[in-house]
Design a protein around this ligand. Sequence first.
Ligand code: 5AD
Ligand code: SF4
Length: 442
Amino acid sequence: MSKPRTFHVKSFGCQMNVYDGQRMAELMKAEGLAPAADAGEADLVILNTCHIRERAAEKVYSEIGRLRREDGSRPLIAVAGCVAQAEGAEIPRRAPSVDVVVGPQAYHHLPAMVAKVAAGRGRAVNTEMPILSKFDALPQRRAGSPSAFLTVQEGCDKFCTYCVVPYTRGAEVSRPWDAVLDEARALADGGAREVTLLGQNVNAWTGEDERGRLQGLAGLIRAIAALPGIARIRYTTSHPNDMGDGLIAAHAEVPELMPYLHLPVQSGSDRVLRAMNRSHTAESYLRIVERVRAARPDIALSGDFIVGFPGETEAEFGETLGLIRAVNYAGAYSFKYSPRPGTPAAAMEDQIPQAMMDERLRRLQALLTEQSTAFNAASVGRRTAVLLERNGRRPGQRIGKSPWLQSVHVDTDAPLGSLIEVDLLSAGPNSLAGALGQRRAA
Ligand code: 5AD
Ligand code: SF4
């Protein structure tokens, strides 16, 4: 196989995978490879995979099959991400066309691994987990867009009984204060106005600041908010148990912190929450939501839900609907329970039949859609700040985000990255339409 000149990264799954995919792309560019718009044209294809639900591994194998080209040739194929971590050397055994397997904590080794394969020295597999060396080894960041992701924390020690993350991403690790601030500064210098701090348990972030004081996520948010150029900060995903007083206070006191909180609860039934090993109750979750709303009355909530966890009764499912009604969500992600190999819940009795899960998911999503539609409809008539992030389909049209993470379409010639005041005029199912307000936002 000759040395690849072009590459394409295809990322599946969560925002952290999007971030990792961007970092892999930066790595390959630093090696002199050019990005190809399409996997069909690239010399090197990196599949950045997700293992969280479904038969994710199966999807990867069919994706690999599709990379074969009409003339019988194929690109150099690297499988990265959480399926790579979970399956390791099993992947090339099942799919011999895979050349490189690299886990989420080892992808800084990609250039060396690709070089080895291109030089005809066999395959390369690396699923080691020394997390901090990865970030140290990656090239300095440059922002390409007004809104950027920034991983500050990785891994999970919570061991919810349904979840593979503690196994694929490893133990909870926080990136050091200076490393995060340096990356945030580089992103701001490159034009980012908004950063979204990422972590599987982002609100469990801890570290020492430049004066050696112990800080939590709230302190980090305050420091990033003080950087020139940064106008907006978001963070995701949070665990209810790490929603401390300091972080709640930051929602009241830091104007750059956007009034939107993704706080998964999974179920509204205490019996199910115990079986999930969530270590919070429906009631304690609702108290947190209450305190967050007291700190920031206009905050919008979103959540993650699982229907059909083993043993879930109709009454317990009803408790989840009840909790959703009590919170009133602006957005949500909801899933059918999917047994993941190696997790405790996969071995539990009383797995719920697919048809029942389908039916529950339909009812749950109908309620959540009703709530998000009502939330968007209630925004109409408001004047709000919108950060312009990309061009719309029509000439002169731009698409940006409201503080509440709503997509807003607006006709304006203001450049991308501008923060403008917009009057919200109408709401569709997935976005709002607005018109330029009279004054400019701060
Ligand atoms: N089945 C269904 N949903 C899951 N999630 C995690 N593991 C599973 C699983 N085995 C969902 C949870 C989590 C989100 C990222 O994915 O809701 O918050
Ligand atoms: Fe998975 Fe639970 Fe950790 Fe979230 S908190 S990553 S659901 S184990």
